[in-house]
Design a binder for this molecule. Structure first.
Ligand SMILES: [Zn+2]
Length: 865
């Protein structure tokens, strides 16, 4: 924004609310430089903590007020440049008067008391239900640092942090740097002091304290530690964590050509975490819910762990060392880490097929979202910290990452890597923008990437590519790639580099005949290199998945794919062909039953572990669609029983193969609808239906109990109660809630709906979120419908009062969609009448309507067949 000319009226005062606007942030960072924080905390394990923050900074001009962010604190004293000042404080920020400030260096000290948070932001506190021990950890992104100390809480005011913490004697304190001293202090406590950090954005600094159990590995150039709560320590396999971490550090040091900058590498598993993990500099936090297992990890779980370790590690360079200026840059931060995390997993661990996992777990979600009415460009404005996470979804994580992958193919691996290295070197310890990043790549490539950026990052929608060719006397005549836009409203066609592959049938196999790299632009691109080659049985115009594009198979290729899916050796291509068949269902073109027939015929023979997970995921989604469609018929009942049989046979067929067997077993538990199936599940629990070598671990026990509760199996309420009494862990408490809320009983639903909507509930938010996600399963359409109007009516009310963290979860799980034309119309009416919704909630509402409309179309397609 333009600077006000000297001598004119002061800028309007900052709005009195919990958030910081981009305009106010920009105005503040234009006036301030060289920020240093001295932080002192006293933690006792009780619900409040005491702290003193000293801020030192250079001020360009002392002519207007200056604000300092500090959320819901009780301020004891405020000193500005040596003078005690009565604080002007509104519970969100302190306003300093010009008269108290000076041009040049200022020193401000704030002493305060504050409650620990229980919502997962700021300095979160949790009491372990097993042993009563208290644990704390910080989480700041996007703007939670001021829930812990007084701070200029915006990413482009990087600063140093000098930390001291007084804590109970049996606690360990973990932060960005390693402690320089630990001294006995008053009472039964110790005082920890830490050296000053390098320059960091507030959201990348962190503090974690509690009686954590520690593991250590000093074998590599950077000392590594791992921490977890005492009561879950037996579930941790530190050797696996350290191996992936150490392999990742070697990989990234080499890839970026710039060594890791934060001296030590700590990783902390924490409870009640809002997200999967967080890239705090040198002290990365991981959500227990995703990384604690009560049995040996399956290959899929190990791969997920390796992938997240690599993702957070990539952020140590791209995110922590070089940081976005404002939250509109968050997508690039996440996309780059997703891309680089997958690359490191594929190249530095045993999971060589990590790109296949990226396709089925990331990219497919991006395709779904990019085809919804609410789709948005990758790069969008973020007016305030309230909107920082509005656009953090599959488009920003996975489509963004896919465009970076495409760019790497377009420019070439060496050029891409050189551009990244130059960017990290040039902007180290500073902030940068999208233009800085694209500029560095363009410089390395010697080409202007502005048109590419405009098409890919500022325009929404996914293009479709199709092969159009003629065949004569067994040879291809002409071959053209045709590109189309999704709609008149999204007309952009894009430049893209892909591989076009042709396949020929040889017996039961489909064998690669030709593979031709092509850069295409516009509506039609001729591929002369394929003219004259043998006529194919299958053409795939995005072989090995370089492009972000929907593939429309030509009729001959589609028929070949349906009939000879199992004859394709390459698992990634097989995955993409499965997706083409599933796209047909989602688009209402192929009947659901036809897809399930293909699944019943092919899934049992699938030998690729990653792809099996993907296919069984689609089977589960198809089963849920059958439930949502409702009105069971003889045919759908038969299909349901066939699915149960398929999965149980999968369990039996893979005795002795733990990973495959567990994958089939979890699928079986999810698919069971029949009474004999439920009786078998109950038998697995009490041991009467066990089969040799099959171990039902605690996580699986809860999955089974949840399914029985959801079906209202006789005695299931007592099962939930007795299991909860046996498993008192935090994970057990969450699983018990998931099981209880799933019971098909109106009184249970009403009670939990009231709890979920109660803004003053005593339950920590992590538990509320579990309830939301399990309250209305796909097969409880009647109960879902019963409270639909009431939930929709509450949407606007909650949206006003509950804040973005709550609303993100609520809007994604509690908006009613019951797969009828009336339900679609109800959502449409809500979207039209609720004009004041936040952007985030509005998008969820439109997505719910879109998915509901698809469900109705799938139902109609099923009825036609
Ligand atoms: Zn990330």
């Amino acid at each position: 924004m333009p600077a006000a000319p000297a001598g004119t009226a002061a800028a309007p005062a900052r709005a009195e609310n919990a958030f910081l606007s981009q305009a106010d942030a920009a105005a503040r960072s234009a006036r301030i430089a060289n920020v240093d924080y001295i932080l002192d905390f006293t933690l006792t394990g009780k619900e409040t903590f005491n702290a003193t923050t000293t801020l030192q900074f250079d001020l360009l001009d002392a002519s207007t007020p200056l604000t300092i962010d500090l959320d819901k604190a009780t301020i004891a004293t405020l000193t500005v440049n040596g003078k005690p000042v009565a604080p002007r404080y509104n519970n969100w920020f302190i306003t300093l008067a010009p008269a108290d400030l000076v041009k040049g260096r200022n020193i401000v000290t704030v002493a305060f008391q504050r409650l620990h948070s229980t919502n997962g932001e700021g300095l979160h506190r949790m009491t372990d239900p097993v042993d009563g021990r208290v644990y704390t950890y910080s989480h700041f992104e996007p703007a939670g640092a001021h829930q812990m100390f007084a701070v200029f809480d915006q990413p482009d005011l990087k600063a140093t942090y000098q930390l001291s913490v007084t804590a109970p004697a049996d606690w360990t304190v973990i932060s960005t740097t390693r402690e320089s001293g630990v001294q006995p202090a008053a009472g039964d406590s110790r005082r920890w002091t830490f050296p000053r950090t390098k320059k960091l954005s507030p959201y990348n600094f962190s503090l974690h304290a509690g009686p954590y159990k520690m593991w250590e590995d000093k074998s590599g150039p950077y000392p590594m530690r791992l921490f977890a709560r005492q009561s879950v320590a037996s579930q941790i396999k530190p050797a696996e964590w350290f191996k992936y971490t150490s392999d990742g550090l070697t990989f990234f040091d080499n890839y970026f050509g710039l060594p890791y900058q934060f001296d030590k590498y700590d990783q902390i598993l924490v409870p009640d975490f809002l997200y999967g993990a967080m890239e705090n500099a040198g002290a990365i936090t991981f959500g227990e819910a995703r990384f604690l297992y009560k049995a040996d990890m399956t290959a899929a779980q190990r791969q997920a762990l390796a992938g997240v370790i690599m993702h957070e590690m990539a952020h140590q360079w791209f995110g922590d060392l070089v940081t976005m200026k404002w939250w509109n840059g968050l997508w690039l931060n996440e996309s780059f880490a997703s891309f680089m995390g997958t690359l490191a997993t594929a190249e530095a661990t045993e999971f060589k097929d990590a790109w296949q996992g990226f396709y089925s777990q990331g990219k497919l979600a991006a395709y779904v979202q990019d085809q919804q009415a609410s789709t948005h460009p990758i790069e969008v404005p973020v007016p305030s910290t309230a909107n920082a996470f509005d656009n953090i979804d599959a488009i920003t994580y996975s489509k963004g990452a896919s465009t970076l992958i495409q760019l790497r193919h377009l420019l070439g691996e060496d050029v891409f890597r050189k551009g990244v290295h130059n960017y990290l070197t040039k902007f180290a310890w500073r902030n940068a923008t999208l233009d800085d990043f694209i500029g560095a790549l363009g410089d390395a490539a010697g080409r202007d990437l502005k048109p590419w950026t405009a098409d890919w990052l500022y325009q929404a929608g996914v293009n479709t590519v199709a092969a159009d060719y003629t065949c004569k006397a067994g040879r291809i005549g002409s071959f053209t790639l045709r590109q189309s836009a999704p709609s008149a409203a999204l007309p952009t066609l894009r430049e893209q580099r892909v591989q076009v592959a042709t396949f020929r049938r040889e017996g039961s196999k489909l064998v690669l005949a030709r593979n031709v790299p092509v850069t295409y632009r516009g509506a039609a691109t001729a591929v002369p290199a394929l003219s004259g080659s043998a006529c194919p049985d299958l053409v795939y115009p995005n072989y090995q998945d370089w492009g972000f594009v929907k593939v429309a198979l030509d009729p001959r290729s589609l028929a070949t794919a349906r009939a000879h899916l199992a004859g394709v050796d390459d698992p990634l291509l097989r995955t993409m062909l499965w997706q083409s068949l599933w796209d047909g269902v989602r688009d209402g073109k192929t009947p659901l039953g036809g897809f399930l027939d293909t699944a019943l015929a092919n899934a049992p023979n699938e030998t690729d572990y990653t792809l099996l997970g993907d296919v069984l995921g689609k089977v589960m989604a198809a089963r849920n669609l059958l439930d949502r469609i409702g009105a069971e018929t003889a045919a759908s009942r038969r299909t349901g029983l066939a699915l149960e049989d398929m999965a149980w046979n999968g369990v039996k067929a893979h005795a002795g193969n733990g990973d495959f067997q567990r994958r089939w077993l979890r699928n079986y538990v999810g698919l069971v609808r029949s009474m004999p199936g439920q009786q078998r599940l109950a038998g697995l629990l009490d041991g009467s239906a066990g089969i040799d070598g099959l171990v039902i671990n605690q996580d699986l026990r809860w999955e089974i109990i949840q399914q029985l509760s959801r079906r209202d199996y006789p005695g299931s309420a007592a099962l939930v109660a007795s299991e909860a009494a046996r498993d008192k862990s935090a994970a057990g408490q969450a699983a018990a809630i998931a099981a209880e809320v799933a019971r098909p009983d109106a009184a249970t639903k009403a009670r939990w709906l009231a709890t979920v909507q109660d803004q003053k509930t005593d339950l920590p938010f992590s538990k509320i979120r579990v309830a939301m996600n399990n309250l209305y399963p796909a097969d409880q359409g009647g109960l879902n419908e019963a409270s639909a109007d009431a939930r929709l009516a509450q949407l606007a009310v909650l949206d006003k009062s509950a804040g973005p963290v709550y609303m993100r979860a609520y809007a994604n799980s509690m908006i009613p969609a019951t797969c009828t034309p009336a339900s679609v119309a109800r959502l449409g009416k809500a979207a039209a009448s609720m004009t004041q919704l936040s952007a985030l909630t509005r998008r969820s509402l439109l997505n719910a309507q879109d998915e509901d409309q698809r469900c109705v179309a799938i139902k109609a397609a099923a009825a036609r067949h």
